[in-house]
Design a binder for this molecule. Structure first.
Ligand code: ADP
Ligand code: MG
Length: 575
């Protein structure tokens, strides 16, 4: 957790303010019992009213100073802690943004969300506690002991008995409680995971009548968390009566033995009263410290999880010296590329070589799991190749900045993803400053107009979270429009026509053809009809290229292609 405190740096001033104020406050608190004993021993015993008023008003002032210190310090500590939380959250977020897909696979989306929210909150809360107690608890404890001993050294023997008993009780409770606190964090993670899966998978759960099953799963996770929380709280609840018991017995002992000493004339009554207050202060500061021992390990578990996110170095980084490739446009070349997912036994794609040129349409066809999506995700450098290289406009993708590389590409992913916002917002996602005319044109080409015209507010209609209020085919068309508005050099369509009916598919592709005559187009598809008229077709099987050429050529030479085509088209269509 210490490592995370570097994020407190911008808040040095409020933090030091808090520490100084609490120092002042504990000094004031330590001074009060002494003043009180003066009033009792000098003022009341001698009946000196002016003295009582004088010292009494001094007490009032000291108490007020202490109160004001606490108020300002609380304000400053909240300021520093919330600022710390804000900075840390934005740091974690931007770190996650820089992750390549590999790191996402590693930590998991649900856990990333918990780490950015709940875990940071945990650390933030403990931070406030630490700031408040770091100075005042040791001050009150040590200062209290010094003051108590100075009031009456012999009576301090009572504390020598009481403090170890208290410490032992706290120790036992902490030993039992801390592991449970840590377990709670893991159980909360589990609860979040189940909840998240339930919310995103609600349609499947309904469709398969798994509501009871999911209820059970959630209840189990919930009960598990609740059980641990109750156990922890029972243990913590036991602490308070023990503390009170020890404190009250200490008071009795002080009054008992103090009474004897006062009777003998070894001690003043006021000193004894002050002594009781110092004893309370010492014990309370011990209790505070013990609470910290419980809270810190809990936050420590969170801090470890946060540091894990911060310390993960993204696998894909921009080169130190980026090359630019502005002279030629739209050339892509795969040179003997092999790539495997981390942990996979076999490469997902291997020994891939081909090139794309502007003005040409290249199609990739192959069964599911043959590596089509994997292959094209290498072009925008979502993953880095294991061997071989990919050149875009003559430069290795690893030697360009990711930004300049991706600026050349209009990517339509297999799963169309939309964002909350209007239809126009979603299209403009491809090009922020696109004029209305450009948006309209992209929408026309992508056959978006067809359904947008029927929407109540046209381009201003709101798309709900995840695009839940549009159909699969409409989502695909919107994400095609988003790529089109960019007018990139290279278009990549990953199975982006699969949810369209044949008529819309044909209309879209003929419109697309006009729009992309000068660009490089790469289309991934399952349907033979979609790829037939491409300039070049690449047939992929088990991660390897088993055929490349035009429709007619492949029919003659490639067995896999013939099988795919004959399973989908009639004899006349093939010819
Ligand atoms: P296609 O798009 O041709 O249907 P993919 O390229 O999506 O096929 O998948 C090719 C292979 O790579 C599959 O066997 C799949 O299991 C594996 N794969 C895909 N994505 C991942 C991933 N993120 N991590 C590990 N393996 C993956
Ligand atoms: Mg795919």
């Amino acid at each position: 957790m210490i490592k995370l405190f570097r994020f407190l740096k911008p808040y040095r001033i409020p933090v030091s303010g808090v520490l100084i104020l609490f120092l002042l406050q504990s000094l004031a608190e330590l001074y009060l019992p002494t003043l009180m004993s003066d009033i009792v021993d000098t003022g009341i015993v001698k009946g000196d009213i002016p003295y009582i008023l004088k010292v009494g008003s001094l007490m009032l002032v000291v108490a007020m100073v202490s109160g004001i210190c606490i108020i300002i310090a609380s304000y400053l500590s909240s300021l520093a802690a919330t600022g710390f939380g804000k900075d840390l959250r934005s740091k974690v977020f931007s770190q996650v943004e820089s992750y390549s897909l590999h790191e996402f696979d590693q930590i998991g989306t649900a856990s990333l969300i918990t780490r950015t929210t709940n875990d940071i909150t945990q650390v933030q809360q403990v931070l406030i506690m630490i700031m408040r107690m770091m100075v005042s608890a040791p001050m009150m404890c040590i200062g209290g002991i010094i003051m108590a001993v100075s009031k009456d050294a012999k009576l301090s023997l009572v504390l020598v008995v009481a403090i170890p008993i208290l410490a032992a009780a706290i120790y036992v409770v902490a030993i039992k409680g801390v592991p449970l606190f840590k377990a709670m964090q893991v159980k909360l993670d589990k609860l979040n995971l189940v909840l998240r899966e339930n919310l995103t998978g609600i349609r499947v759960i309904r469709a398969f009548n798994r509501i009871d099953h999911e209820n059970m799963r959630f209840n189990e996770a919930n009960r598990d968390l609740t059980g641990t929380a109750i156990k922890v709280n029972k243990i913590m609840a036991a602490l308070m009566p023990i503390i009170m018991l020890v404190m009250n017995f200490t008071t009795i002992a002080i009054v008992w033995f103090g009474g004897i000493r006062v009777d003998r004339g070894d001690m003043h009554v006021g000193d004894m009263m002050a002594f009781i207050l110092y004893a309370m202060q010492i014990m309370f500061s011990l209790v505070m410290v013990s609470f910290m021992f419980v809270m810190v390990p809990r936050a420590e578990a969170s801090a470890v999880r946060i540091n894990e996110v911060l310390d993960t170095v993204p696998e894909i980084k921009d080169p130190a010296e980026a090359k630019s490739a502005d002279s030629i446009r739209g050339f892509v070349e795969f040179k003997d590329v092999t790539f495997s997912y981390p942990g996979a036994e076999q490469p997902a794609v291997s020994n891939i070589s081909f090139s794309l040129r502007p003005g040409e349409v290249t199609a990739i066809i192959g069964g599911t799991g043959s590596g089509k999506s994997t292959l094209i995700s290498l072009i925008p450098r979502f993953y880095d190749v294991d061997s071989g290289s990919i050149l875009v406009d003559g430069v290795d993708v690893r030697e360009m900045t990711q930004e300049s590389l991706r600026a050349k590409i209009g990517f339509v992913p297999q799963n169309a993803v939309l964002f909350t916002g209007t239809v126009a917002d979603n299209i403009r996602y491809g090009k922020e400053d696109a004029a209305d005319e450009e948006v309209r044109r992209a929408a026309q080409t992508a056959q978006v107009m067809e359904f947008v015209a029927n929407m109540k507010e046209g381009f201003g209609s709101v798309i709900s979270q995840g695009g839940a209020n549009v159909s699969g085919g409409q989502k695909q068309r919107l994400s095609i429009a988003r790529a089109l508005v960019r007018r990139p050099e290279i278009y990549i369509f990953d199975d982006s026509f699969s949810a369209l009916d044949f008529k819309t598919d044909a209309k879209l592709r003929s419109a697309l053809k006009k729009e992309t005559v000068d660009s490089t187009v790469l289309i991934v598809a399952q349907r033979a009809g979609t790829v037939m008229d491409a300039d070049r077709i690449i047939v992929l099987d088990d991660g390897q290229i088993v055929g490349m050429g035009s429709h007619q050529e492949l029919l003659k030479t490639c067995e896999v292609y013939r099988e795919i085509v004959s399973s989908q088209l009639s004899e006349e269509e093939i010819a």
